[in-house]
Ligand binder design. Structure first.
Ligand SMILES: Cc1ncc(COP(=O)(O)O)c(C=O)c1O
Length: 446
């Protein structure tokens, strides 16, 4: 391997969600990004196989986003988020609401997916309280879910490692549905597995156990992204919706990854034909250029909370962030949505879906690959672990991919991919073939 162009002092930076000790032995330093590629400190050009962290569907350094940010900086670099807002923030909310499933027509802005999730949970609790159902406080998440790192998000989340150090911080009254991945029934499924809709009935059991009157909301990622692209079985989300409706439980789709085109539709809700009561979003809305997140909320939930706010001069919902609806990410988001419209971006993502599906499933049969899954412009492969060293195989695959010119995402011993929507078909094919060669190389690690 070549040496880095210049040594970097790594002593102070504590890397998030990273094995810091391993990293210091095997550092990865990026220097620039343009289009669908990163360039690292070894001078390598790396195809961005995960669109940053699922957040850069338009690739990098699109001048139209940069120009919008720069113009906004000159015009108004900040606007207090409470008691006022910029014109562009109002119009962005309207624009996002227009893209969303019918009925989700209010937007609360946050700065990240984690904040969006905690905000949605608070809205759910607040809504039931103002509706006279203050006993509805329980939340239901799902095993293997990732809902960010706030106290609410880790509580409804189902990634054990994200929870076990922080058990004392968990919000009380949370149950988890089983996840839907069962390799004995669905390994190597293309798109949605046929088996598994019955797992939604577990929700009825949780409701029966606690009584519907105690449950505020169910939160689900339509496709579980961070634990390796776990695709909902056919009919599963529809059943969850029916059970929630029947029992007056709010359904929140966490679309931080699946929102804004990743599934070949504006939202996963559209792709699956299931309308939740709230949608959390982040990542793609600004193409990852600058942080922004938010919650799309059913109009009557907003009306209920606002309508029960007491005297007109009183604040109705005691929640918000200094940077909610910040003008600069707002400008970036408008530019991103302009590009979505002018460049027909969602359809480009949809057109690439079969290319990724074919490329990934062509790896079936390789030694060490236990499963291959895909949906929309996302996919994952499960790998046989190095005995006694969980996670090492996938790290070795990542490093072998980097040597061959592509970046992928590691999650345990799973590799996830989600290329930018601007990718050319041959670039998606290149990613899959690099991945196959990298698996072969990493299988030599004992
Ligand atoms: C479904 C989902 N929810 C929430 C989050 C947290 O978002 P953030 O890292 O912006 O806080 C993520 C991040 O990957 C996510 O995938």
């Amino acid at each position: 391997m070549s040496s880095p162009s210049k040594p970097v002092d790594m002593s102070a930076y504590w890397l998030p969600f990273t094995p810091n000790r391993y990293f210091h032995q095997n550092p990865k330093v990026m220097q620039s990004a343009k289009g669908a590629y990163y360039y690292d400190d070894h001078g390598r050009k790396l195809f961005d196989g995960l669109s940053g962290l699922w957040c850069s569907p338009l690739g990098h350094a699109d001048p139209r986003i940069g120009a919008a940010i720069s113009k906004q900086y000159e015009t108004m670099d900040y606007c207090p988020a409470f008691q006022m807002a910029s014109e562009a923030t109002f119009s962005l909310a309207s624009r996002i609401a227009k893209m969303a499933p019918k009925g989700l027509d209010k937007v609360f802005f946050t700065n990240s997916g984690s904040e969006a999730v905690d905000t949605a949970l608070k809205i759910a609790i607040g809504y039931h309280r103002v509706m006279g159902n203050a006993s509805r406080v329980r939340m239901i998440g799902r095993e293997r879910a990732y809902h960010g790192v706030g106290m609410g998000g880790i509580s409804v989340g189902g990634m054990v490692a994200n929870r076990k150090m922080f058990t004392s911080l968990m919000i009380p009254g949370v149950d988890h549905l089983p996840h839907t991945l069962n390799l004995s029934q669905m390994a190597f499924s293309k798109g949605q597995p046929i088996w598994g809709a019955h797992l939604a009935d577990e929700l009825e059991k949780i409701v029966a156990l606690h009584d519907a009157n105690t449950i505020a909301a169910v939160i689900l990622e339509p496709v579980q992204g961070s634990t390796g692209v776990i695709v909902p079985p056919e009919g599963y989300l529809q059943k969850i919706r029916e059970i929630c409706t029947k029992h007056g439980i709010l359904l929140i789709f966490d679309e931080v990854i699946t929102g804004f085109g990743r599934l070949g539709a504006n939202f996963g809700a559209d792709r699956f034909g299931v309308t939740p009561d709230m949608i959390t979003f982040a990542k793609g809305i600004t193409n990852g250029v600058i942080p922004m997140g938010g919650v799309l909320v059913r109009g009557d939930i907003y009306d209920s909370i606002i309508g029960n706010g007491g005297q007109e001069q009183a604040i109705e919902f005691f929640h918000g962030y200094t940077y909610s609806g910040h003008p600069i990410p707002t400008a970036a988001a408008h530019a991103v949505l302009d590009i979505f419209e002018s460049d027909d971006v969602v359809n480009r993502a949809k057109a690439l879906e079969p290319v990724l599906e074919n490329g990934l499933h062509a790896l079936k049969g390789k030694s060490g690959i236990l499963d291959i899954r895909n949906f929309g412009l996302s996919g994952a492969i499960d790998l046989e672990p190095v005995p006694g060293k969980l996670g090492l195989r996938a790290l070795k695959v990542l490093e072998a991919c980097i040597e061959r010119g592509a970046l992928v995402r590691v999650a345990g011993d799973c590799i996830a991919v989600g290329p930018p929507f601007i990718s050319k078909p041959e670039e998606v094919e290149f990613l899959c073939s690099v991945l196959g060669d990298a698996v072969d190389a990493a299988m030599k690690v004992k």
